[in-house]
Design a binder for this molecule. Structure first.
Ligand code: UDP
Ligand code: MG
Length: 157
């Protein structure tokens, strides 16, 4: 099992689309093991987007991410990082395939409605950045056999 971090960006909160996006993850079979609304700060965004600090759009990106609170989700599933990245679609919403979240809900490179961790190391760091250890839960999922074959969810990753 793998865990990944998703942020529902301010556009989703402003447009009252939180439920719709969360439903997509639930419907796919991902398990929500952490969820909260939070107001991001300059400090956390400097860390979260440290790979973009030199970009001309850095301040504008940070402004867009503090316009309203965001919703942080920790999602769990087999290959969850890749599954969720594929559900999000390519960064620029105008290029994102229809059927992806960005491809269905936005037409912008920056206002692209969701963040999703891009690999195991970033997922590990990002979950700890947005959640305290007691805000992410371990609880038994009763329908694993309806979502995966046993050799899929038992294997070590
Ligand atoms: N972004 C932007 N302009 C760009 C590229 C990215 O404003 O030319 C924003 C966009 O909101 C994106 C975020 O910066 O989601 C992080 O960029 P990254 O390259 O990590 O893309 P992501 O992993 O979100 O697809
Ligand atoms: Mg990224």
């Amino acid at each position: 099992m793998e865990r990944t971090l998703v942020l529902l960006k301010p556009g989703i909160i402003q447009r009252n689309l939180m439920g719709e996006i969360i439903t997509r993850f639930e419907r796919r079979g991902l398990r929500i093991v952490g969820m909260k609304m939070m107001q991001l700060t300059d400090e956390i965004l400097n860390e979260h987007y440290s790979h973009l600090v030199e970009k001309p759009f850095f301040q504008s990106l940070k402004d867009s991410m503090t316009a309203t609170p965001v919703v942080a989700l920790c999602l769990e599933g087999v290959d969850a990082i890749r599954v969720v990245r594929m559900m999000a679609g390519t960064t620029n919403g105008r290029n994102a395939a229809p059927g992806t979240i960005r491809g269905d809900y936005c037409v912008s490179n920056q206002q692209n409605v969701v963040h999703a961790s891009d690999g195991p190391h970033t997922a590990f760091d990002e979950i700890r950045r947005f959640f305290k250890s007691d805000e992410v839960f371990d609880f038994g999922m009763t329908n694993l056999d309806r979502l995966y074959a046993p050799d899929e969810y038992n294997r070590d990753e």
